[in-house]
Design a protein around this ligand. Structure first.
Ligand code: DAH
Length: 342
């Protein structure tokens, strides 16, 4: 009896679906309501089984409606390429000439980030992501910036009225990765993490300054880790990245979260040398140092037992050097003429 009713409803609803302009209305069809109404007339012991059969049928109808509405939206709404510059989606704008997806390419910065991660992975580092909104604690306090210390001003940090922070460096992740991988130390393994991600600063924009740019942070902690390990790690990376063995130089610097702190310079690779002058000899590439005991302590790591180093490397400058890009603002411009070159 119920089977017959369901079959009748199926035929009626299929017919309705073929003719209606609004497939969604079908879910309110009296044919379905009538089926549910039947339930109350059945003896109690049959209700559960019958209810299940009606629900199955209703799910079948729902999937027909989905099918009908998705093909409807495909045919009636013109698709847009949300990754293209806005003008590409203006109807009739012939100048936009959007890239077909088959000819799209990875953004030059992302190609480079992948390449950088690849090298560090082979050196035993794991890759973690940062975030695009953070707090004062991770931006400053956990990194040993005393309250009201002028060094906080060096970072031109965007903040909301509520005190949230757009991270101005990837060092915001140090406290988190130290805590996350602290168990490595108990197992006699080092913490070896890199964090490539986006950072933001309230900069006056010009060819070498952008408000949005990328850094890769590195953190290494273990027993008896020294400045020698820091130099060896960064030198190994640079040799692999630039494809030639380069001399390196540390010069003293100041960061609140490292002690001692350094600027790491490399001998300028031949391909990037303009001439043989002394100024062209060295290239300051990144900030680094031995992680300050207060930073380790804040993450629950005993600085009497463990030591480590960290570094932060801007990515744009390396990519600009590699490809001869003259203006950092190209990266965020979504300019197809620029992007087509990569
Ligand atoms: N966070 C620093 C900056 O953006 C760079 C930096 C320096 C990162 C030293 C480090 C470090 O991890 O140890 O200017």
């Amino acid at each position: 009896m119920l089977d017959k009713k369901i079959e009748e409803a199926r035929v009626a609803i299929r017919a309705q679906l073929d003719t209606t302009d609004n497939p969604r209305e079908i879910l309110k069809s009296p044919a379905i309501k009538d089926l549910y109404a039947q339930l109350s007339e059945l003896p109690n012991e049959e209700k559960a089984e019958a209810g299940k059969r009606i629900n199955d049928f209703k799910n079948e109808v729902i999937s027909w409606v989905h099918e009908a509405t998705s093909s409807e939206s495909e045919s009636s709404v013109e698709s847009i390429d949300i990754t293209a510059p806005w003008s590409a989606n203006v109807p009739g704008d012939q100048t936009a000439n959007p890239l077909p997806p088959s000819q799209g390419s990875t953004h030059p910065l992302h190609q480079e980030i992948e390449h950088i991660c690849d090298i560090y992975r082979r050196m035993g580092f794991v890759v973690e992501e940062s975030r695009e909104i953070d707090d004062d604690y991770h931006m400053f306090t956990s990194l040993n910036f005393p309250e009201d210390h002028p060094a906080r001003d060096d970072y031109d940090t965007f903040m909301t009225d509520e005190g949230l922070v757009a991270p101005a460096h990837t060092s915001t992740m140090q406290n988190r990765v130290l805590k996350k991988f602290a168990a490595n130390l108990e197992n006699n393994e080092p913490i070896a993490v890199i964090v490539p991600d986006r950072v933001f600063r309230n900069e006056d924009l010009d060819a070498t300054h952008e408000h949005t740019f990328y850094q890769v942070e590195g953190v290494f902690v273990g027993k008896d880790v020294t400045v020698g390990n820091l130099i060896a790690t960064l030198s190994a990376f640079m040799t692999e990245y630039f494809g030639e063995e380069l001399k390196t130089k540390l010069q003293p610097f100041y960061f609140p979260f490292t002690e001692p702190s350094f600027e790491f310079a490399i001998e300028r690779p031949e391909i990037l040398k303009k001439d043989d002058s002394e100024e062209q000899k060295w290239l300051e590439l990144l900030g680094c140092g031995m992680i300050h005991p207060n930073v380790l302590r804040e993450a629950g790591i005993d600085p009497e037992v463990y030591s480590g180093f960290a570094w932060g490397n801007g990515i744009e400058r390396m990519v600009m050097m590699k490809h001869g890009i003259e203006d950092v603002r190209h990266f965020e411009s979504a300019n197809l003429q620029f992007l087509r070159q990569f």
